[in-house]
Write a protein that binds this ligand. Sequence first.
Ligand SMILES: [Zn+2]
Length: 456
Amino acid sequence: MNYYYENEMFKLEGISTEHTISDIDIYIGKGILKNTSSYIKKRNMGKRCLIVADGNTYLAAGKALAENFAHDGFAADVCLLRDRGEERIEADELSVGQVMMSLEPEPDFLIACGSGVINDITRFVSYTAKKPFVSVGTAASMDGYTSVTAPMIFNGKKVHRHGNAPKILVLDTEILKNAPKELTMAGFGDVYGKFIAKADWLLSNITTGEEVDGQALGLITQALEKLTRNVEEICSATDEGLKAIIEGLILAGITIFTTGQTRAVASVEHNQGHIWETRMLEARKPYPLHGTAVGCSTGYYLRMYEYFKKINIKNLDKEKAKNRILNRDSFRNKVVHCFGEEWLSVLEKSNKCLNLNEEDFERHYNSIVNNWDKIVKALDFLPTWDEYREIYKKFRQPIHAEDIGIPNDLLKHTLPYSTFYRDRYDFVFVMNILGIIEEITDMTLKDYQKEKQKWF
Ligand SMILES: [Zn+2]
């Protein structure tokens, strides 16, 4: 499946002629912010809106938007999310309360003017207050623009709430390229992580027969090719570079709609990012941006995939591997460091991979061994760790987890067990079955220790 543009509207071949996808109109282009009111008029969404922004996004796009609206006969109120000084604005009770209390005078629709958090707050309020919303992105930083779930913080804990997808999404590359570089690099990391997701999906297809959706896989492959072809352009933050990231993020979002799941876009690299976020939040410590965490996590897993491909499958100790994972108590003692007691107890209730019996073990183990050559061949497309480091070096972005605020101790425990975050088959699970995950984790961590970052 290919994509194309029709008057800045991002379109997929063979999908609805009316909308880009589902009910969403997606516009990507240079200098298109000023067209936002005409996009809205096309959808008959009414004339009164509430723009949700923070101090930075208001200056980046909200102000121009409000002026444009006034000129085009819209009534626009602004809800400026409260600045929290050193701390980041979060999608939590304070932000939601602020937006809810700004719903008077009653708007016909909302506008999320920003990226991750502002969109999450707005999609949640949009759903709760039954008001449609338009998203005007200010950074190419994450793949959730078209999402219908809102990751939020409630009572100091990460929760996922229902949300609406926007009716219209406007991504003006002129605005995106002025976003802080850290946000753009986060977007890059979020797309780059799809290499791991793709590899894990193909792996599962071979060993468990899990169905792979060819169209979704094709979209992700296109996104990755465009991304890696445009590293230079991204580095110089050109319109073309920004477009490569944003198209990747949008294509990823689209696969979630077309397949009804996140398989094509998220695997252990995302799991680990989510675990880091949750555990850091628990510890009341700051945590990295979603895409920054995913990009960093991807580096470690690319290195682990290199070791994975070199496993001498005929030389493994099957009995030892079996005892390791089937001895519930000792195995649990390892995994509990990754999730903490409370969280692990919840996961154990639903996650089949945490409740394996001997029969399951035999089935998984044998299928991996019997299909080994096929597996290794399917992983040919993966970039090397060297390539990854070269790119991050070019971007002058850290690759070590501790440099993005993740303690080494946490990293050591999340790398080998992130697979148990959800019931999904991936190469970390496979290495747990084969009984070699701790060994490969250690080798990877040693490689990272040796890798002194010279580009700071
Ligand atoms: Zn993501």
